[in-house]
Design a binder for this molecule. Structure first.
Ligand SMILES: [Zn+2]
Length: 103
């Protein structure tokens, strides 16, 4: 088992029928909930829980891509496979953006 594409296929085999039945909106809510759990684990620095939450968030991201008909491996490498999409450097040499303030 290796590679984003293989993982996406695995998650499709396990969950696509159920997740597609739930629909994009319902599955998106699950994804957001898992992101919230990941953020909590990051803040608390709980190693074991942190690893589990990264796995969950990635699985839900992959599932949303599948429901939307997106090949996550292809689009990720198309965008970032040749370095930073803006400056085309690795590592990125873009000027550091200013912190956002307010809304
Ligand atoms: Zn850059």
């Amino acid at each position: 088992m290796s590679g984003i594409g293989e993982f996406q296929k695995l998650i499709e085999d396990i969950y696509l029928e159920r997740d597609a039945g739930r629909g994009l909106e319902g599955s998106t809510l699950w994804f957001i909930e898992e992101v919230g759990e990941l953020v909590r684990a990051l803040r608390r620095d709980e190693r074991e829980n942190l690893e589990e939450e990264f796995g969950d968030v990635f699985a839900w991201l992959v599932s949303l891509a599948s429901i939307s008909g997106v090949d996550l491996e292809r689009v990720a490498f198309e965008k970032y496979g040749r370095g930073c999409p803006r400056c085309h450097q690795t590592p990125c040499s873009c000027p550091v953006p200013q912190a956002r303030s307010g809304g």
